[in-house]
Design a protein around this ligand. Structure first.
Ligand code: ADP
Ligand code: ZN
Ligand code: ZN
Length: 744
């Protein structure tokens, strides 16, 4: 008897073993999908991993129902990465399977090829003699006769043509074609067509020659050999042009390239820049793509003719690659490379490093504002540091002016969210035919709604957060669970009618701006305006073409975008970035403020940034103004070392979730107690996180701080065991326990 160990798309530890029924042995091979039973009546699409003949002892072994693939759908090298991820992130490998494979490959019949309707002669009319008879039959029906002769011309030696082509060429209606089908002369058949686009109709453009400084950096990248390179280049220094040269080299050498980006908004522009050079050799992979499209890319990467270049977001690191030569991690500092929820909570940068190791590929991490981790690696020699200190063509970095909004408010000089300085800067930019970007990291109309009388604030029923007002939809929305509520006319607590909104979100900034400049064309780019697949592309294209003058947005507008005509960037409220309760708040602040500033003055003239804040004396703001990464890094290091944070200590967060608060409370205390027995004072908590209830689940958090040199494999093993013990405890039924390794 043969047995097969497989992965199920469930968060359960380990592999499950099934027996292979007689007659199916040929078809059950590693990495094909299998239909398997589980429990009383469920079936799952499992992934075969290992075939053997060791009968499992002491458990009932069920039989595989069916094998679903003729060829493996996963490469052995991918499975190695999965195993590494499951181990490193302390999660079941089933979680990785769930995240990595497009849904269409996890369910039987989950994927359907897209088809086109074609037309051909029926069996009875395939010969020349029969076709002559057919022409005779329809002689009196002029339309049908004409369609039939056009059809004969069109197919020539081929079997058929698409129905669309026939109708277009013969100027015929569907009814005429149907008449010929009803007579039994013609018939339809379906032909699968790929969903993947071609190169977007771009002509092949020449690669731009590099400047002297860029050439020097490019040479240094190459000289680093197998050592990963941290390419730290100020915004607008032309990092992307260097990537293009490196990609060309790798493709010329017959290798594949993976280019990952943190933000879909960014892929639009980079995609266009790359497509002009590489055309159809490049595929795109991110979450706005339909599942069917993702299945097709996955399968293309497994075929004999894979894309040479894949441009994608985080999840692209999980695609099949046969011969990867180069990985580019653009905006490497960006927190959205880390997946938060659901599991696996992986960092695409770390997975990419593993992937590169497996393939012997070169890694280039590019950014103007390196993460503390990567810069530390560069200083320690683990990465090679390559720097570009000037903008392309020697353009100056933007001038950053600070406006103290606390002071302005006191003097009643603010116009809504705008200081007079920002209003004037926008006014002169617009009258000079220039464009403006306004950045605010809050979407919606207003972050707070409050009763003026009793102070009542509407909260989400399912989460521990106050609701955001959205004027466009006329609703209050919870940004944690997405639940919406109507805006109350009266306070439900004291029945007064003076319920007002406070503060600014992107919607309200847009409204105030239109009051100020009624003639100006404004676009907004945030989660709410970009829910459809092509929304980003449209907003960016309109702004690029000058159809809009001002672009307002959340972090989506802050990263990597390259518009030549933007002369002013307004940072509406820097405080909402700096005042987050997180040890990385200043790091994020430095990155975000520098990045968004870098959108100004990229083609000519010096850009101007108006940075509004109530706390102009916070050191990090001065560091941003002076573009002083080194001082920023040094001061942060002192803090991180003192409080045992990354990059010096490793962090693992433990989260416990349960519908009942007392359960999660007791379980949290027990979990932390067991952890302390092993890890002592490295364990902090349990604590209530700042948002302690989400989607009706109560949450506790335990923090584990690990010093360098600690035996990490042993730490992980202990954590797996402790979780097992807690999860098996009957008092904690339906408790969720998970780890967040290297949290962001
Ligand atoms: P970064 O990625 O470092 O922010 P980009 O690669 O976007 O910088 O370059 C900024 C601008 O300068 C872009 O519009 C780009 O096309 C232009 N540029 C950079 N290098 C060159 C070059 N060697 N030749 C022509 N244009 C360049
Ligand atoms: Zn009230
Ligand atoms: Zn909620």
């Amino acid at each position: 008897m043969k047995y097969v160990d497989c992965i199920l798309p469930l968060g359960v530890e380990g592999l499950l073993t099934y027996s292979v029924p007689e007659g199916m042995e040929q078809r059950v091979c590693p990495f094909v999908r299998l239909l398997v039973p589980l429990g009383k009546s469920k079936t799952y699409t499992a992934l075969a991993v290992r075939i053997h003949d060791e009968e499992p002892k002491g458990v009932e072994v069920k039989a595989v129902i069916d094998a679903l693939d003729e060829k493996p759908v996963l490469l052995p090298s991918q499975y190695d990465i999965w195993k590494w991820m499951a181990e490193y992130y302390i999660c079941p490998v089933g979680d990785i399977y769930r995240a990595a494979m497009p849904a269409g490959l996890k369910q039987e019949d989950g994927y359907r090829a897209k088809t086109e309707t074609w037309i051909r002669f029926t069996k009875s009319y395939q010969g020349a003699k029969e076709q002559a008879i057919a022409r005779e039959m329809v002689r009196r029906a002029a339309k049908q006769s004409q369609v039939l002769s056009v059809f004969a011309d069109l197919i020539g030696e081929n079997e058929g043509v698409t129905k669309e082509e026939l109708m277009n060429t013969a100027h015929a209606t569907s009814a005429v074609v149907k008449a010929l089908i009803d007579r039994g002369i013609l018939e339809t058949y379906e032909v699968p067509v790929g969903r993947l686009g071609t190169g977007g109709g771009c002509h092949m453009e020449r690669i731009k020659p590099l400047s002297e400084a860029q050439t020097k950096a490019y040479d240094e990248v190459n000289a680093a050999g197998a050592t990963p390179v941290l390419l730290q280049g100020v915004t607008g220094s032309g990092k992307t042009e260097i990537y293009i040269h490196l990609i060309r080299d790798a493709v010329k050498a017959g290798k594949q390239v993976l280019y990952i980006l943190p933000e879909i908004a960014l892929t639009v522009q980079i995609m266009q820049r790359l497509q002009c050079v590489f055309g159809d050799e490049m595929g795109i992979y991110h979450s706005k793509y339909s599942d069917a499209e993702r299945v097709e890319i996955w399968q293309k990467q497994l075929s004999d003719n894979p894309y040479k270049i894949i441009l994608g977001a985080r999840s692209a690191v999980l695609l099949p690659f046969t011969d990867l030569g180069l990985i580019i991690i653009d905006e490497e500092h960006d927190p959205s490379f880390k997946q938060q929820d659901p599991a696996p909570r992986y960092h695409a940068r770390s997975v990419a490093m593993m992937l590169a190791k497996k393939h012997g590929a070169k890694v280039v991490l590019g950014t103007a504002t390196p993460s503390m981790e990567s810069f530390n690696n560069a200083l320690s020699g683990k990465f090679r540091l390559v720097q570009l200190t000037e903008r392309y063509r020697g353009l100056q970095l933007p001038k950053i002016e600070i406006v103290n909004t606390a002071d302005m408010q006191r003097r009643k000089m603010m116009y809504g969210p705008f200081s007079p300085r920002l209003v004037n800067a926008m006014k002169s930019a617009i009258s000079d035919g220039k464009q403006v970007i306004l950045f605010l990291n809050r979407r919606g109309f207003a972050p707070i709604v409050e009763c003026r009388d009793c102070g009542w604030v509407p909260k989400c029923e399912n989460c521990d957060v106050s609701l955001t007002m959205h004027k466009t939809t006329g609703q209050l929305t919870c940004h944690y669970c997405g639940y919406t509520y109507t805006i109350p006319k009266k306070c439900p607590s004291c029945f007064c009618t003076d319920v007002r909104d406070h503060g600014y979100g992107t919607e309200k900034v847009e409204e105030k701006l239109m009051e100020l400049f009624p003639e100006v064309k404004v676009a907004r780019m945030d989660l709410d305006t970009t829910r459809t697949k092509n929304a980003h592309a449209r907003i960016i294209a309109d702004f690029s073409a000058g159809k809009t003058n001002v672009l307002i947005g959340t972090q989506m507008v802050s990263k990597g975008l390259d518009f030549g005509n933007v002369s002013v960037v307004g940072i509406v409220n820097a405080d909402s970035i700096l005042n987050t309760p997180d040890f990385r708040a200043y790091e994020r602040g430095f990155q975000m403020l520098s990045q968004v500033s870098g959108r100004a003055g990229r083609k000519e003239g010096q850009g101007l940034v108006i940075l509004q804040t109530k706390q102009p004396d916070v050191p990090v703001i001065g560091q941003v103004v002076r573009n002083d990464y080194r001082t920023f890094y040094k001061t942060q290091c002192e803090e991180r070392q003192m409080f045992k944070y990354p990059p010096f200590h490793r962090l693992i967060y433990v989260y416990l979730r349960h519908a009942k608060d007392p359960v999660v409370e007791t379980a949290g205390i027990e979990m932390a107690g067991r952890m302390r027995q092993v890890f002592g004072s490295r364990v902090l908590g349990p604590d209530r996180p700042s948002v302690a209830r989400v989607k009706s689940m109560n949450i506790r958090k335990i923090v584990l701080k690990l010093e360098p040199g600690i035996d990490l494999p042993r730490v992980r093993l202990c954590l797996r065991q402790i979780r097992q013990i807690i999860m098996q405890d009957k008092r904690y039924a339906s408790l969720q326990v998970y780890y967040d390794v290297d949290p962001q």
